[in-house]
Write a protein that binds this ligand. Structure first.
Ligand SMILES: Nc1nc2c(c(=O)[nH]1)N[C@H]1C(S)=C(S)[C@@H](COP(=O)(O)O)O[C@H]1N2
Ligand SMILES: [Mo]
Length: 300
């Protein structure tokens, strides 16, 4: 049996340009050999097998609702997600408060099946719906000189029982370098399995950066700020040497307290207990160039 987790994005996915071109070349080659347009996966890529809706929506990290994996599914329904506004400010041409419905009316919603790897060593495959963060940033116009994007989650203690405890400094904040934010793999997810994203997964919109540990993928975003200084992150504040700014998935750079060489695919059964973790979570081809020359152990 082929190892499913070594396969790549499916045909359903919006294929990155490089593999799209490869595919066209392969198809053209086949046509030349009189094989016609053979449907099916390119090369050995059989496609990723997504986790079930049940798995994706009942095993979560969303500490604003508590620290157990079941707390978000239990309590996140208390969060009011409509109306919803996102403040976009800092080094942008058109700062302001953008309503979620206004954003949705302007963005092109796509389906992306991505691997998702938590720093705690569990993983899933999630069929997201969403739009490229780059499209939103281009809509507001990024000023020259901006180098980073910072993100902030809603903080509404009356609806978020977990924020009574100072496990993390609230609100939850995260950040990306501008080129990472503009990378076509980086999306704002607004759905899962073609349904609106459930509250426990970060309704109504959350970041998804598939080559980084899950905590970079900040949920229920209310603020996006363009800046020229590296922004703080909630987990970085908690422990800088354990949770670096980059947090790229890397099987060779261990967490100080555990190995990152393998992972457990949720719902994968016995076979999926010790799957090898892939460099950049399997997205090396698409993202490695952004880190060329950087010491990935130092800038973890
Ligand atoms: N605001 C906020 N965003 C968050 C978190 C959180 O606690 N609060 N947890 C992060 C972590 S550690 C992970 S692994 C993912 C989990 O996303 P999921 O529940 O949709 O699988 O969300 C990330 N985004
Ligand atoms: Mo995580």
């Amino acid at each position: 049996m082929a190892y499913r987790w070594e396969s790549d994005l499916t045909d359903d996915d919006v294929t990155p340009l490089s593999s799209f071109i490869n595919r066209r070349q392969i198809m053209a080659g086949m046509a030349g050999m009189g094989l016609g347009a053979i449907a099916g996966p390119v090369g050995a890529a059989a496609g990723l097998d997504p986790n079930t809706w049940e798995e994706i929506t009942s095993y979560n990290n969303f500490y604003e609702f508590g620290t157990s994996k079941q707390d978000p599914a239990k309590y996140a329904h208390q969060m009011t997600t409509s109306p919803w506004k996102v403040t976009i400010d800092g080094m942008v041409d058109r700062p302001g408060e953008y309503s979620f419905s206004d954003i949705m009316s302007k963005m092109k919603i796509e389906k992306r099946i991505y691997r998702f790897r938590c720093v705690e060593t569990w993983s899933m495959v999630v069929p997201w719906n969403g739009f490229e963060l780059a499209d939103l940033l281009n809509m507001v116009g990024v000023k020259s000189g901006a180098k980073y994007v910072s993100f902030e989650t809603l903080l509404r203690p009356s609806e978020m029982p977990g924020t009574r405890y100072n496990v993390l400094a609230w609100p939850y904040v995260e950040g990306l370098r501008l080129d990472e934010a503009m990378n076509p793999l980086t999306i704002m997810a607004t759905g899962i399995y073609n349904k609106p994203i459930p509250n426990q997964n970060g309704a109504p919109l959350r970041l998804v950066v598939p080559w980084k540990y899950g905590y970079k993928s900040i949920k229920s975003i209310v603020k996006i700020t363009l800046t020229d200084i590296q922004p703080p992150t909630s987990w970085g504040r908690y422990s800088t040497n354990e949770y670096g700014f980059y947090s790229n998935v890397n099987p060779e750079v261990n967490h100080p307290r555990w190995s990152q060489a393998s992972e457990k695919r949720i719902g994968g059964g016995l076979l999926a207990r010790k799957m090898p973790t892939l460099m950049f979570n399997g997205y090396e081809k698409e993202v490695a160039a952004m880190y060329k020359g950087m010491d990935l152990g130092k800038y973890h």
